[in-house]
Design a protein around this ligand. Structure first.
Ligand code: DGT
Ligand code: CA
Ligand code: CA
Ligand code: ZN
Length: 570
């Protein structure tokens, strides 16, 4: 899995360069790492098929980084990385994963306290050594300990965007066996949770042993933990485990219900069954010895007095109570989205032309697509100045004439500066169909300033959507300090929508934020933040996130036809 390894190395290079206070380059490496970490095709294959040129076509990969990838493919190492690591021999990946701990602090910790890894860090914090360092103090020592605890909890998990393609492949292969009658993912994958511990798959087969043989001998299996007649467990090359269970037809629905979880949801469903004098387990719903349901999940839920509950809702956070009252939300479905409202092109840091993006949008069946390149201050992302943005608008007018049944919307993604002002003048923004605004720098600001900064941007009548509103990056960076309730109030007052960013390592807003926003009556949009047309399919992840946040079609603006949509952005 070269992409995965490369991503790790590039993240580390970024951090090492940051320690040395190199400008811009760290961002470039970080960006390449983020893209590689979620790329479906292996960089080695890309290189084999198209050489250096093809590597450069990967979004976020320029000539310099393409050469590094080539070096890694050819020699298995990157010399610059090894050189940097020698100068500061710390476990950068582990240490930067601690929330609030940046490369510069890590450098100080190494120089003053010889901290090289998490163990050293935890010990120093517990011994009260960190509080004595200049610029650290008692509070940061406490934050570090909390960060370590947070990390221990999330250890060994993978992002949904990374795991879904793997699961898809395994299921496709198994489906092709004539011995497999029916197959479905279960567990956190089926609930579309944002991170996955291991993959659970259930199948119906009259010849389970054949299925097990095939499963444990697939290429891509690194270790076999257990192989039994109806259950096997393997470690995949990508580093995570996959369980396959073969179930009898009459129990498939009950098994699906049981193994989809989550555990807390199951505890409640079993209790409900018990209250009705029934027994619910992975084999079915029983009255005494008689199985009264089990073939399908729907029939299992019905037997215990519930309507079918979508897997994304099964978290025991009120869904059962809502179901009992007939108040389950009618959550948005996977085909309700009519267009993507955050897409980058070659005009800033994307890889496609506007026309290319428009073609791809048509293939997705979209009715509209917004072109939203970065503006001014974000130099590393090739931010557009006024002149270029105006030029792009003209270009879009021209291209729009060539497309039937697809409207290309003119937009941009402006930066919210520290003082809440934007890096593009209002008279230009007023000409656009849609204006996205985001924080891209100064993440460490205190809660009060960050909240004010964002609200000021919302108060600008040209700003339509705040994108990736909390700034978190999965496994890498927690959300910035923000008074979310105040943000919701301001969103309502200023009629500003909030984004559910579907990019696999963002998924920002997260599910609980979405639920809070929906309850507050805030309008949302789901965007992929694509920098390449092959990222359009991330939309599924954003929709899953919305579903887990109990959002309905009416809560999501980009389910509306274009005329209606634009009324929200006047
Ligand atoms: P993960 O793998 O950490 O992302 O999360 P899950 O939900 O896939 O958890 P996993 O793989 O341990 O188990 C799959 C499902 O099986 C889980 O969601 C519910 C069910 N399950 C597992 N262990 C238990 C248990 O002890 N009691 C009950 N009621 N259900 C369980
Ligand atoms: Ca699992
Ligand atoms: Ca499992
Ligand atoms: Zn960008």
């Amino acid at each position: 899995m070269r992409n995965f390894e490369l991503a790790k190395i590039f993240y580390e290079i970024a951090d090492f360069l940051e320690i040395r206070e190199v400008e811009f380059k760290p961002r470039a490496y970080e960006k390449a790492a983020r893209v590689l970490g979620t790329l479906e095709k292996d960089a080695g294959e890309i290189y084999k098929d198209g050489g250096l040129k093809a590597l450069e076509d990967i979004p976020g990969v320029g000539k310099h980084i393409a050469l590094k990838i080539e070096e890694f493919i050819k020699t298995g190492r990157i010399k610059e990385y090894e050189k940097l690591k020698k100068k500061c021999p710390v476990d950068m990946e582990a240490l930067t994963a601690v929330e609030g701990l940046g490369p510069k602090m890590i450098k100080v910790l190494y120089q003053k306290l010889k901290i090289r890894n998490l163990k050293d860090l935890e010990k120093a914090a517990k011994d009260g050594k960190i509080r004595k360092l200049e610029k650290f103090g008692e509070k940061s020592e406490k934050n570090i300990l909390q960060g370590i605890a947070f990390l221990k909890k999330g250890k060994g998990r993978f992002s949904l965007g990374f795991v879904l393609p793997l699961v898809g492949k395994i299921i496709r292969e198994l489906k092709e066996l004539k011995e497999v009658q029916e197959i479905s993912p279960a567990g956190s994958i089926r609930r579309m949770k944002e991170t996955i511990g291991d993959i659970d798959i259930l199948a119906i087969s009259k010849n389970p042993e054949k299925v097990m043989d095939f499963f444990v001998n697939r290429s891509g299996v690194e270790k076999v933990w257990a192989k039994g007649p109806t259950k096997s467990s393997v470690r995949l090359r990508e580093g995570l485990d996959c369980d396959l269970r073969v179930i009898k037809k009459e129990s498939f629905g009950a098994a699906l219900q049981y193994f989809t979880g989550n555990k807390d949801h199951n505890i409640l469903t079993r209790r409900l069954a018990m209250n009705k004098g029934l027994k619910l387990n992975e084999y079915g719903v029983f009255r005494g010895k008689k199985r009264i349901a089990g073939r399908t999940e729907k029939e299992v839920y019905q037997a215990i007095g519930l309507p079918y509950i979508e897997p994304e809702l099964r978290t025991n956070t009120g869904e059962i109570e809502a179901a009992l009252k007939g108040h389950l939300p009618k959550i948005i479905s996977y085909n309700d989205i009519l267009g993507d409202l955050q897409v980058h092109t070659k005009w800033s840091d994307g890889s496609d032309t506007i026309e290319g993006i428009a073609e791809a949008a048509k293939k997705m069946g979209y009715q509209y697509i917004a072109i939203t390149d970065h503006t001014g201050d974000l130099k590393i992302a090739g931010g557009l100045d006024e002149e270029r943005l105006l030029k792009q608008m003209e270009e879009i007018d021209k291209i729009n004439k060539k497309f039937k049944n697809l409207k290309i919307l003119k937009g941009c993604e402006v930066n919210i500066r520290k003082d809440g002002s934007l890096d593009m003048p209002d008279e230009i923004l007023a000409k656009l169909d849609i204006v996205l605004a985001a924080v891209h720098s100064g993440f460490k600001t205190d809660k009060d300033s960050m909240t004010k900064r964002m609200i000021k941007a919302m108060e600008n009548p040209n700003v339509d959507v705040i994108v990736h509103p909390t700034g978190r990056v999965l496994f890498r960076r927690g959300p910035y300090q923000l008074d979310f309730e105040e943000i919701l109030k301001a969103a309502k007052r200023t009629k500003t929508a909030l984004e559910i960013n579907a990019f696999p390592d963002r998924l920002d807003l997260k599910d609980t934020d979405i639920r809070q926003a929906v309850e507050a009556g805030i309008k949302l949009v789901i965007n992929t933040d694509s920098h390449h047309q092959n990222q359009f399919h991330y939309m599924e992840l954003g929709i899953a996130q919305a579903r887990r946040g109990w959002a309905e079609k009416k809560d999501i603006l980009n389910t509306q036809p274009v005329e209606k949509l634009l009324e929200n952005f006047l």
